[in-house]
Ligand binder design. Sequence first.
Ligand code: NDP
Length: 258
Amino acid sequence: MSMHELAKPLAGRVAVITGASSGIGEAAAEHLAALGATVVALARRADRLGDLVTRIEKDGGTALALAVDVTDAAAVQAAADRIADELGGADLLFNNAGVMLPAPIEERATEQWQRQIDLNISGLMNAIGAFTPQLVAAAAERGVADLINTSSIAAQNIFPTFAVYSGTKAYVSHLSRHLRAELGPKKVRVSALEPGIVGTELQSHVTDEGALEWLDGSKQTMEWLTPDDVAQAVGFIATLPPRVNLQQLTIMPTGQTS
Ligand code: NDP
């Protein structure tokens, strides 16, 4: 392997990242660009995406910002069509946009239930629907493509008042296992990433007092993961040899017990 291939193992690859305007997605955009991928950053806040692209380009990377609400299936398809036209299609989808809104179920916070279902499930599916054809085509041509879905330890563990969020993440993890079996024979690797607590904007949307207290307490007793810690894991998954599919990755703060 040449020095260039070692330094830029994702050179020639096109990585689409949803939820790239903050937190894990933003860190992953910077890291995958540093590894040589052309990054397409999707989220709703165009200003933040613009700043991200400027930073990536300043560091010698290549990136494109597309302001897209992933709950809008037609908008996601239009983004996919543009990526096909301008960049020849994606061969990596980091399907990462999500929202966490815990609340006791008896409060019947139906608007919050729906927001989580719309983004964490329907938004995720909109991206899978629009980009899977590109991933399959790229894998047939180049021997590998990646679909990496951001789930959570909430997919496996029990957190009272987080039932709806956890349910959406259990969907992501189980869907990923099924898609791996379906797409693996087509050389598309599918991974579910299950982080513990990461310090991002995710916590800033929480309004439930009990959950806020729990989060605040945990911040005092342990060092949370940083978005870049998770971005490094995404880079690791994507740079493995094509025969290796890391199916499910749990990444925890060392001090987090469950
Ligand atoms: P952030 O809130 O920092 O990031 C969420 C991203 O999703 C933002 O870029 C936001 O951008 C984007 N987003 C929200 N709604 C939409 C939409 N309708 N269309 C397009 N993009 C949207 O949180 P994280 O980085 O923590 O979250 C990333 C993923 O990680 C989520 O799936 C989350 O569930 C998961 N996760 C997070 C953990 C944590 O502790 N932080 C732990 C385990 C999993 P914009 O507002 O500009 O659209």
